[in-house]
Write a protein that binds this ligand. Structure first.
Ligand SMILES: [Zn+2]
Length: 311
């Protein structure tokens, strides 16, 4: 991931020296957790993670160690403890053309458990800035910050967080690439019947023959009664936009953004994802009536799409 092209290091050395001056400078000082360690946040975390470890409940509960960073987060209103050094380092990297950022990894060390009632404080330092590295994403510098997390003043753990500030690699233009083909659907035993239907210009919905529940997309069993037996009903083709996104980026070959992709609620009650045609992408709305059509994408692919506007 971080192969170094020959000569890269020498050329970047003076700039890297500037960056290294930031090592050891604070990224955040005298931070204070917005809440003391508490049972409700622990419970929410465990429910979200599906973690039923008994150590996290009851009168002697501890917090899951991996919650370490959660106690330091500023929430929507943020923290006021961020240092100017971190902003200055980012400005320097931005100025050198390393304008993109991606989080790469984090490491945590746990020194003592956190318990309900513990007051959390923290400091963060810019621990290291790497020499210039070239990755598949582009060329830039890894910046590692280390946060020391304290409970009632005693070091409880450390959280190292690494980002890559980089100049994106140049890629050949892909937008609407001539000759590019849309990705092929993955057709298997479970959905073969659906694609057979599309070829015959029918949108087939699976129906459980045990309880009558309709299901889409196609699956081997009924989510309502677990029966593996089914037949199909043909969709009337009427539907409404239940939700949608407009794709602007990234530009995939064979697609020409911006375009709208909708979750369409069919008259039969099941929902299907498809492109909206016949209306400009910025006129697509939740509730827009649509009607099924089949779009020939290339010589061996047709797709169900939804034409908006006519009601
Ligand atoms: Zn059923």
């Amino acid at each position: 991931m971080t192969a170094e092209p020959a000569g890269d290091l020498d050329e970047a050395a003076p700039f890297h020296a500037l960056l290294k001056d930031f090592e050891g400078r604070p990224a955040a000082t005298a931070g204070r957790g917005k809440d003391v360690v508490n049972a409700p946040m622990i419970r929410h975390w465990c429910e979200a993670m599906g973690d039923t470890n008994p150590a996290y409940t009851g009168p002697a509960a501890i917090a899951p160690p991996t919650m370490l960073q959660a106690w330091t987060m500023g929430g929507l209103s943020g923290h006021s403890d961020r240092s100017s050094a971190y902003d200055e380092l980012f400005a320097l990297l931005d100025g050198a053309g390393y304008t993109s950022v991606v989080a790469t990894d984090c490491e945590q060390e746990y020194l003592r458990p956190l318990r309900p009632g513990d007051a959390v404080t923290f400091d963060a330092v810019i621990e290291s800035v790497s020499p210039r590295k070239t990755t598949k994403l582009g060329t830039g510098h890894f910046v590692t910050t280390r946060m020391d997390v304290r409970a009632n003043g005693e070091l409880a753990g450390t959280h190292r967080f690494r980002i890559l500030k980089f100049a994106p690699a140049r890629r050949p233009a892909q937008r609407g690439q001539p000759g590019a083909r849309r990705p092929r659907p993955v057709i298997n035993r479970d959905n073969q019947g659906f694609w057979d239907g599309v070829r015959a210009h029918k949108l087939l919905i699976q129906r459980c023959t045990a309880c009558g529940t309709l299901r889409f997309p196609w699956l081997p069993g009924c989510h309502a009664c677990a029966s593996p037996d089914w037949d199909t009903v043909e969709a009337s083709g009427a539907g409404t936009v239940f939700s949608y996104v407009v794709m602007h980026h990234p530009p995939f070959p064979a697609f020409d953004p911006p375009y709208a992709v909708a979750l369409v609620e069919l008259a039969e009650g099941v929902r299907i994802i498809g492109n909206i045609t016949g209306v400009p992408y910025d006129k697509v709305r939740v509730g827009l009536p649509v009607r099924l059509e089949f779009l020939r994408v290339d010589e061996d692919l047709e797709l169900p799409v939804f034409r908006g506007g006519e009601g």
